[in-house]
Each structure stands twice: as structure tokens, then as C-alpha cells.
Design a protein around this ligand. Structure first.
Ligand SMILES: Nc1nc2c([nH]c(=O)n2[C@@H]2O[C@H](COP(=O)(O)OP(=O)(O)OP(=O)(O)O)[C@@H](O)[C@H]2O)c(=O)[nH]1
Ligand SMILES: [Mg+2]
Length: 317
């Protein structure tokens, strides 16, 4: 790491209702008056976990019990580059309070954008809003009634984010099915992600779009309204960087392992996954022969969580 880069441990305390703790920076610090997640600079000789524990004690008076990595990326502020090493904190002792006199607030992830946060924090907010599992539907086949019944079972199993993948359907048939799927996912509070375009996404009331990285080739700014998710399929680091430049909110990186549907694709394996996604300021799901049982491994290799068809769909596909 370059000597001038400040390595920062950042902690996102998440309470049992899913709310996150934010704090307001004192007026006399850089970014004074803005909101942030508690944390601070690593001191010589400390591991980043030690920094996190020390900072959260100093700033909030809590003692950490359970943490996991959330995101890690550089950001070039005009006066100083930082490396943000962000962790989710799911268990602690002590009642968090602003020990340095700073106001603190518990906030639902979806409401974080109501606050004036430090400008590097958008990927952190996205990572907090997105769930750990991103389910993808199998090709629906001709029997849409059976498909919708399976979908209901999937939703009962607590999936919160679902992509309707139906490459074989022409646009009108895709839209008709997406409309029916949205009738199931909407009331259940599941975010439906559709392929195709933003207008279709709006018409069916979906939460966002899933595009291949190639669709962003010409773009270096975002083509999709900011209130819709834009999740991008990637296969290597170059595509992840392209997705980031194109304004994606999140990405899916595959294949981690080889799968029956793509037997010829060379798997990344976990070290390859970690290397490809390193320092890309986006939540990135691991896809390809992985499932909920791999979640902890995925987190420790820099993933937002796991994505898949087979691992989630209630009947064998
Ligand atoms: N703690 C924290 N820092 C962040 C966030 N986002 C972000 O860009 N940063 C950057 O990381 C730096 C962290 O420095 P800090 O001022 O909190 O460091 P510290 O607690 O050690 O402060 P100190 O200088 O008073 O000892 C900030 O100045 C800012 O540039 C965030 O959400 N939380
Ligand atoms: Mg601090």
C-alpha cells in the first residue's frame, strides 16, 4: 500500500431489526457534519480487526463480539486517499452511544440515502441494502403455472432478491410472465430483478435490471434510473471494472466452480474470485456451483453473498 494511503476500519452495526448505526462527524474533522459509519485510522502495529475493535470502543463504547467483512476498496478524496475496510458487526456488548459527543442514529438501510453521507459511501449503502442471497430462476419452460407454484415455494424459503431469467422468451412473452411473477413477489416483499430494459421494468413494477457486462461497453455513465437496481453479470476483473464505470450497483461474478450448465467455463475458485473482485467498489455475488452453505466462505473472499439457480430453486433443474 502507498505510504500516504490511510487504512480505515469501518464498522456497520446491524441490530436484530436490520437497522444500521450511523454517526455524524464533528464539524472540525474532514467531512465535518456529514454522516458516516463509525470507525477510524489504523495505527502502526495493529491488525484491521484490532483497529475496528479499538475505534468502536472509543467512538461508541461497545465491545465487538461478531463481525464479518462487508467491502474493501480505495477512494481518492482530493486531500487524501483512503482504503476503507468495512465490516458488518452483528453482535456486541454495551449500548452504543456517541462517546465523543457525536449524534448517532439507527437507520433502516433503505433510508440511509436520506442522510448526507460521506461521498465514498454509496457502495456501502448498496451492500447493506442488498441481501446475502440472489436467486436466479431456471428457464420457465412451457408450464408457467408450475413455474409460478415453484416460485411461491422459493419465496417461502426466505429469498428476498430474485432474477427472472428467461432467455428463450421473446419480449412480449417475457413481459407477460414477469407481470405474473411480480404479483407473487410484490406482496411478499421480494425484489424482482428483470432482464431487458428499464421501461419493461417499470411496467411490471420490478425493482431493477440485470444486464450482461457487454451491455455497458459503450457507457461510462449510468443508463438506468437511480431508483432501480442495476446488477451486472461479469466473468473477470475487467468486466467488474466495466460494470463499475457503467454505474452498476452490484455485480455477479462467475463461475466460482464448474457447473453442469457451463462445463467448459474455467472456474475461478475462491482465490480467483477474491483476486478478481478485490478493490472494486461494488457488492459482488459469487455464482457458479455455490449456495447458502458457502456463504461464510464467500464473505471471507470478498463476496456480498451467493447467487445461483440450482441451490435455491425448490425442484431439481
Ligand atoms: N469512519 C468512517 N470513515 C469513513 C467513512 N467513509 C469514508 O470515506 N471515510 C473516510 O475515512 C476517514 C476516517 O477517518 P476518521 O476521521 O474517522 O478517523 P479517526 O476516527 O481515526 O479520527 P481522528 O483523526 O479524530 O483520530 C474519513 O476521514 C473519511 O475520509 C465512513 O463511513 N466511516
Ligand atoms: Mg472516526
Amino acid at each position: 500500500m502507498h505510504a500516504d494511503v490511510l487504512h480505515i476500519a469501518v464498522g456497520c452495526l446491524v441490530d436484530p431489526d436490520g437497522r444500521v448505526l450511523i454517526a455524524r462527524r464533528p464539524a472540525d474533522k474532514p467531512g465535518g457534519g456529514k454522516w458516516e459509519f463509525p470507525g477510524g485510522k489504523r495505527e502502526p502495529g495493529e491488525s484491521i480487526e484490532q483497529t475496528l475493535a479499538r475505534e468502536l470502543d472509543e467512538e461508541l463504547g461497545v465491545s465487538l463480539q461478531d463481525t464479518r467483512p462487508l467491502l474493501r476498496f480505495h477512494h481518492a478524496y482530493r486531500d487524501r486517499p483512503v482504503l476503507l475496510d468495512i465490516h458488518c458487526v452483528t453482535a456486541w456488548t454495551g449500548e452504543p452511544h456517541g462517546r465523543e459527543g457525536q449524534p448517532v442514529a439507527w437507520c433502516e438501510p433503505e433510508r440511509l440515502t436520506d442522510y448526507d453521507l460521506l461521498s465514498a459511501n454509496k457502495p456501502i449503502v448498496d451492500a447493506l441494502c442488498l441481501p446475502a442471497a440472489y436467486a436466479i430462476s431456471p428457464e420457465p419452460g412451457p408450464d408457467h403455472a408450475a413455474f409460478l407454484a415453484q416460485l411461491s415455494a422459493l419465496i417461502a424459503s426466505d429469498v428476498r432478491l430474485l432474477r427472472l431469467r428467461a432467455n428463450e422468451l421473446a419480449d412480449p412473452a417475457y413481459e407477460a410472465l414477469a407481470t405474473e411473477v411480480a404479483r407473487v413477489t410484490g406482496p411478499a416483499g421480494v425484489d424482482l430483478i428483470v432482464d431487458r430494459d428499464a421501461a419493461l421494468c417499470r411496467r411490471v413494477g420490478a425493482a431493477g435490471l440485470h444486464w450482461p457486462a457487454s451491455r455497458l461497453t459503450a457507457a461510462d455513465s449510468r443508463l438506468v434510473p437511480s431508483d432501480l437496481w442495476l446488477i451486472v453479470s461479469c466473468h473477470d476483473r475487467a468486466e467488474l471494472l466495466q460494470a463499475h464505470r457503467g454505474g452498476a450497483d452490484a455485480a455477479v461474478l462467475s463461475p466460482v466452480r464448474s457447473t453442469p450448465t457451463h462445463p467448459d467455463a474455467r472456474p475461478l475458485d475462491w482465490p480467483g474470485f477474491a483476486e478478481a473482485r478485490a478493490d472494486v467498489p461494488l457488492p459482488v455475488y459469487a455464482l457458479g456451483g455455490v449456495g447458502p452453505a458457502d456463504l461464510d466462505t464467500a464473505w471471507h473472499h470478498g463476496a456480498q453473498g451467493v447467487s445461483g439457480i440450482r441451490a435455491f430453486w425448490p425442484v431439481p433443474v
